[in-house]
Design a binder for this molecule. Structure first.
Ligand code: AHR
Length: 665
């Protein structure tokens, strides 16, 4: 009885003292030890990469800087995106005119053009609405091009204006059509004002019929100044992450809702005007975020993806259809005896990327302006396929690829789920086949990420390597439109990522998903970057990814507390690396508790310069987010940090990710 009272007294006393310490700001102390003398494993340059899929207007309407929606009148509704405010299809339009779509058959892949009958040039207007408007910047130059052929009558001028919502002109240019044959015309427009939702108005002088096609408009200022290229601001943020690889083009988009609508890389290379337009599979996927105007122009096709990877110093990782349409949709299977064209696509892709310019597909690459190879080392077969149908098809691909290109590393997949029947079956079968890299996906609650930092601790070091190819904490539920890129999600991902890094021996590639979203055209949230037609910002999740990716190091080293890795004890997580090139020791610490925590780190096995830096990512509230108005509200803050006798003492802020960098002598 007396003992019991004493224990209760003691426990209450200790709790009281701890609460008092916390009340007066004295934090809990933790003692960690780093052994920098041994490299546990090499960190591969591919450890942290990016996964690009054309979802959320990521390509058309996003990265691809084209400002005209439905530029060649090929959408299922061929005038979608085009407005004729003064025309009425139930009248002769004697006071204006009207456009008709002409569908011709022939060998070309795009079959429509627009025939415009102008009866009264004072009245007729053809307006393109852009992708939820067009973002234009004052004094910036925009390059317009179009194909036209004058057919009847006499049209002396094509006048092109940016307009605002009141119809005021924000810059103009004029083209003089001078041929009855299809002719390419080019012109420049300088914007007179910055406007997020401009439109492009086309009017005419004269009357008659003129044919038009491929009406295209790009900012002059693109990524690397490439004509008709990518949005510079968006690529810059990707490039700043120093991605180790670029996985493309999907995702479910690879698979298609049906086999006929799958992504076929061969249709995305060669002259832009001949790339066959395809409805985007995300167009109708979610009725609550329906985007009927979402198509793939393939202005960014496989050549452009390879080039982007090269620009960013990232390893290209293309994913191809394995002959199974998205199993969340039709799940159509190509019969095994008809799989050859799919396999041939994979072999030809390797030739396109790596073949000499004498080979048929190497020649195509050369003609597109890239005689050098793209040094492709990885190929992904299928995205989120599951079941015996996948394994059966995978085996055929593997045999064909390995017999022709034994050095090519094949990425397979364990399906869409992080556990369960499909996952276990896929992982086990692929392991039996000695698969080299298996792609795992998880869209889970933030708590799952905090609780699964040990996920890979028990994976067989001699088994297949892992590609954590798609993951993101979902604040509400997978595919919920209410999901937020909030600090709790980002912090939980950071905690989990220390587990990815600690297991770099098994986990060789990782990427967040999806990569980006148009603030008005999105279907899926959360996303790493959000953009509108003028701006882009990184989410807190982006800054987490960037901190890991730009501090990946070259060698994993051990960091432990009482001999054990920190995987959530006292809500703390840790990983550490050395960078033998930059000569740095880098420590990543995540504190997911709502208290500051005192950390003492003893660092053995290396001599360090006594002063270093600590980059801290934190926010006062777990529900905080970045936005267009406060784009860097949650972004790293850099401070100095000092060592004493090769030890380090620091106070980890509550709910924070800290990256400590110390120079090795
Ligand atoms: O990232 C969005 C989608 O989620 C991907 O297309 C797919 O692979 C996954 O189901």
């Amino acid at each position: 009885m007396r003992i019991d009272i004493k224990i209760r007294f003691t426990t209450n006393f200790v709790i009281g003292i701890l609460s008092l310490f916390s009340f007066i700001g004295i934090a809990q102390e933790n003692h960690l030890t780093i052994d920098a003398s041994k490299s546990i494993t090499k960190i591969r340059p591919t450890m942290y990469g990016v996964f690009f899929e054309d979802i959320n207007f990521a390509a058309d309407g996003g990265l691809y800087a084209e400002m005209i929606k439905n530029r060649s009148f090929e959408f299922s509704e061929p005038k979608m995106g085009w407005l004729e405010p003064n025309s009425n299809k139930h009248s002769f339009n004697n006071k204006s005119g009207i456009a008709s779509i002409v569908k011709y058959t022939g060998h070309r892949t795009n079959h429509n053009y627009c025939s415009i009958f102008i009866k009264n040039d004072k009245g007729y207007e053809l307006i393109n609405e852009g992708f939820r408007g067009m973002g234009i910047k004052k004094d910036a130059q925009y390059n317009l091009s179009l194909l036209a052929a004058q057919k009847e009558g006499h049209i002396t001028k094509i006048k092109i204006n940016f307009i605002d919502s009141n119809g005021n002109s924000l810059g103009e240019t004029t083209i003089v059509p001078n041929s009855s044959e299809w002719t390419l015309y080019e012109a420049k427009i300088i914007a007179t004002k910055t406007e997020a939702k401009a439109k492009l108005k086309i009017t005419f002088e004269g009357t008659g019929t003129i044919l038009m096609d491929m009406i295209s408009l790009f900012p002059k200022d693109t990524w690397k100044g490439r004509k008709n290229g990518m949005r510079k601001d968006i690529v810059q943020l990707l490039n700043d992450m120093n991605p180790g690889f670029l996985r493309f083009p999907g995702g479910c988009i690879v698979e298609g809702r049906t086999l006929a609508k799958r992504y076929q890389w061969k249709k995305t290379v060669g002259p832009i005007k001949d790339r066959e337009i395809l409805v985007n599979r995300w167009n109708t996927e979610f009725s609550h975020r329906s985007t009927p105007d979402y198509y793939q122009s393939f202005g960014i096709g496989f050549f452009e993806y390879f080039q982007l990877a090269e620009d960013m110093g990232a390893t290209p990782l293309p994913i191809l259809s394995c002959g199974i349409a998205c199993q969340f949709n039709t799940g159509e299977l190509v019969p095994m005896e008809e799989l050859d064209p799919y396999v041939q696509d994979a072999l030809d892709l390797i030739e396109f990327a790596n073949g000499s310019i004498e080979t048929p597909w190497g020649k195509v690459r050369n003609e597109m302006g890239h005689p050098n190879t793209f040094n492709m080392k990885y190929i992904g077969i299928g995205n989120e396929q599951w079941g015996p149908e996948y394994i059966e098809r995978y085996k055929v691909f593997e045999k064909a690829i390995k017999s022709k290109y034994p050095e090519m590393i094949i990425v397979s997949g364990s399906g869409p789920f992080a556990e369960g029947d499909y996952f276990e079956y896929g992982s086990a079968e692929l392991k039996k086949l000695n698969a080299e890299i298996i792609d795992e996906h998880y869209y889970k609650p933030p708590s799952w990420f905090r609780e699964n930092a040990t996920r890979y601790d028990s994976y067989d070091r001699k088994g297949p390597k892992i590609f954590a190819g798609e993951y993101a904490a979902q604040s509400v539920a997978i595919a919920s439109p209410e999901n937020k890129n909030n600090w709790e999600c980002a912090l939980s991902e950071a905690a989990f990522m220390t587990g990815l890094e600690r297991n770099a021996e098994v986990v060789n590639l990782t990427s967040y998903a999806p990569l980006m979203a148009h603030s008005e055209g999105w279907q899926w949230t959360p996303d790493l970057l959000w953009f509108n037609n003028l701006e882009v910002y990184g989410t807190p999740n982006y800054y987490v990814q960037k901190l890991f990716a730009t501090n990946s190091g070259t060698d994993l080293i051990s960091i432990v507390e009482n001999g054990k890795p920190l995987t959530g004890q006292h809500d703390l997580y840790a990983s550490a690396v050395k960078d033998l090139v930059k000569k740095e020791l880098i420590i990543k610490l995540v504190n997911t508790s709502s208290e500051n925590q005192e950390i003492n780190i003893m660092i053995n096995g290396v001599k360090l310069v006594s002063k270093g830096i600590i980059e801290v990512l934190t926010s006062t509230d777990l529900s905080d987010e970045n936005s267009f108005i406060t784009p860097t509200k949650i972004s790293p803050i850099i401070n100095a940090i000092s060592l004493s006798k090769n030890g380090l003492k620091t106070n980890l802020k509550k709910n924070s990710l800290s990256v400590i960098k110390l120079k090795i002598k």
